[in-house]
Design a protein around this ligand. Structure first.
Ligand code: ADP
Ligand code: MG
Length: 590
């Protein structure tokens, strides 16, 4: 039942038939001089590899015109020339931190190099993928057996559609060498800054590895800066009075790190953890920081040592989304007109059904921690108090609220929940730990909350049975994952971090947490095609197919996702790959 490979739109881009292999740099210069003043397609002649002093430069892809996406160039600096000390590459985590550092440096130098435009469209551009605050594995810069490889883009200079050969010479023989030299050779980097980044990332990773053994799902270091500049600017808030994080004594945890010794902070325990507090006291900010703690951060971010179990998934209401064959019966049953909720499908989910599906889908793919904020939850999904229970009989209310299920999640499935809920004290009954945020500082109020729960029993009755209920494993059908557009070739692209254009369909990821970078979104889109072609066969479960995808990515790297050597991928989690598939409205599962 395996689907045929689908031809890709990029395959039709015309390239020179035989890219040249291993020419001297002078040869590139001669070609540029020769094609000066000719039509833009003459640039195709430069495709190929050239030996520059100290590195190899490959023109991998040549754009068809100055307004098209820029050309791709790959530079490899041999190990001995690049000169990175082996200890910076001792572990994969260190290597990723170093590669990220080099990418940032390359980006900074190349944007500085491009003082003025040198012609039409993207003429004169030199650029590389730009990392966010998170340090992710990416394809822009990699340390391989041969040396350091950087993949970046270049806008080949033109006036109108006429080749500007002299400007191109400047670009290849003056500007690119300066950027390559400045970014890919250890001697030209700020050694202390490199070490700081590698060590920071290593320390965070080390704490993350230790969380589970300590019975924690997250750790927020003392001194961490959680608030961000704005909803669209992820850098640390610096204006006004920023309150650095300080752990409450009852929840204080200590970790021994390899590089900065002992670190203290708040350990968020496994189980049901409730975050309460007045409006505007920093509850959502704490949860958002924990949400991003699945990734490591650059030094200076403020969240360097905010570290979360990589199995944490943000759950929210998402009305309007499509749902395909999800068993939402643990939360929802008795829908009007007897609609079956053990195999629930809709093209237009309600707030509560979407939140239920988001939970079941996360559990299906192995989530260990659910992160939920009242701000983005459906009220009727979260709570149903005693008075409402009395007025609306259970027979007429399809929803078993989360409050009756959250304890079972832990007991039956070993799944923890971190929940921001300032609006309902009914949750005191089911919480293992209660943290109050007061003027941006946490206080452990577990004992107080438990006392209140004893003094004032909630007038509500438990609903929804004694067990959590089934988590169905679905088997996606490959034909329902089709990136082609009618008879035309497959086309998949990221249009912003939250949208994948998948053939004729748009996948909306705006309610999906866990994506830090558009380069992850790109990789997710292509991973769906990879899954369709390799692993979805109507027999494998989604979780099995994702495990195979993850194995391939770990063993072979992200280059498996494309026939081209892309420099603009960043590694996503399998949760987000699943989230994209689940939001593809053509998806069908058995
Ligand atoms: P809540 O969810 O409790 O209503 P938020 O987390 O949304 O509150 O925070 C309210 C505002 O306070 C936000 O603008 C946020 O940037 C700011 N803020 C959060 N934490 C801090 C802090 N530690 N120091 C300064 N400002 C903060
Ligand atoms: Mg809030």
């Amino acid at each position: 039942m395996r689907a045929q490979p689908i031809p890709r739109e990029e395959d039709t881009v015309v390239q020179s038939r035989t890219p040249r292999q291993g020419g001297a740099a002078d040869e590139l210069r001669r070609i540029l001089q020769r094609i000066d003043g000719r039509g833009y397609p003459a640039y195709r002649e430069i495709r190929g590899a050239y030996a520059f002093p100290g590195y190899r430069l490959e023109v991998d892809y040549v754009q068809p015109d100055p307004f098209a996406p820029p050309s791709q160039v790959i530079v490899t600096v041999p190990r001995n020339v690049a000169g990175f000390p082996p200890e910076l590459l001792r572990t994969p985590v260190r290597a990723t931190a170093l590669e990220d550092f080099i990418t940032r440096r390359f980006y900074a130098l190349s944007s500085r190099a491009r003082a003025g435009s040198r012609g039409t469209g993207g003429s004169g551009l030199v650029s590389i993928d730009r990392p966010p605050q998170e340090v992710l594995r990416r394809t822009s810069v990699t340390m391989g057996a041969e040396g350091v490889e950087a993949r970046f883009v270049v806008g080949l200079p033109a006036r109108g559609r006429t080749v500007l050969g002299r400007q191109a010479e400047e670009l290849f023989f003056r500007e690119i060498p300066a950027v390559v030299d400045g970014a890919l050779r250890y001697a030209n980097l700020d050694a202390a800054a490199v070490r700081r980044q590698v060590e920071t990332v290593e320390d965070a990773e080390c704490i993350r590895d230790a969380l589970e053994g300590r019975g924690l799902v997250a750790f927020v270091a003392d001194g961490a800066i959680l608030p961000r500049v704005s909803g669209v600017d992820d850098r640390p808030l610096a204006e006004g009075t920023v309150v650095p994080f300080c752990s409450p004594p009852g929840l204080r945890a200590e970790f021994e790190t390899p590089n900065r010794g002992r670190v203290t902070g708040m350990g968020i325990p496994a189980g049901v953890v409730l975050v309460v507090g007045g409006g505007y006291h920093g509850k959502s900010t704490l949860l958002a920081a924990v949400e991003k703690g699945i990734y490591n951060h650059i030094p200076g971010d403020g969240r360097e040592l905010v570290v979360t179990d990589t199995g944490a998934v943000k759950i929210r209401a998402e009305d309007g989304r499509g749902i395909e064959n999800v068993d939402i019966s643990p939360f929802i049953s008795n829908l009007p007109f007897g609609k079956d909720t053990s195999s629930f499908s809709t093209q237009d989910a309600s707030g509560s059904t979407s939140q239920a599906a988001n939970i079941l889908e996360a559990l299906e793919t192995g989530a260990r921690v659910l992160l939920i904020d009242e701000d983005t939850s459906a009220t009727n999904f979260m709570i149903r108090d005693g008075r409402m229970q009395r007025l609306v009989a259970k027979k007429k209310e399809p929803i078993t609220p989360f409050i009756d299920k959250v304890g079972q999640l832990g007991r039956d499935l070993g799944v923890s929940t971190l929940l921001v809920m300032g609006g309902s004290g009914d949750y005191f009954d089911v919480a293992d730990t209660v943290i109050a945020m007061e003027e941006y500082l946490p206080r452990d109020v577990t004992a107080e909350a438990k006392q209140i729960a004893r003094d004032r029993a909630a007038a509500r009755e438990r609903e929804g049975g004694d067990r959590f209920g089934p988590v169905k494993a679905r088997r996606p059908l490959p034909r329902s994952v089709d990136p082609s557009r009618g008879k035309r070739a497959a086309s998949v692209s990221a249009k912003g971090p939250a949208t994948i254009l998948f053939g004729a369909h748009a996948i909306d990821l705006s309610c999906v947490g866990g994506i830090a970078d558009i380069s992850q979104t790109r990789a997710i889109g292509d991973a769906l095609v990879y899954l369709r072609e390799r692993y979805l066969d109507g027999k494998r479960t989604l979780a099995e197919a994702l495990a195979l995808l993850k194995r391939d990515l770990d063993e072979k790297g992200m280059d498996i996702l494309s026939p081209y050597r892309r420099g603009d991928y960043a590694l996503p989690r399998m949760f987000e790959v699943a989230a994209a598939l689940n939001r593809l409205r053509t998806l069908r599962c058995v």
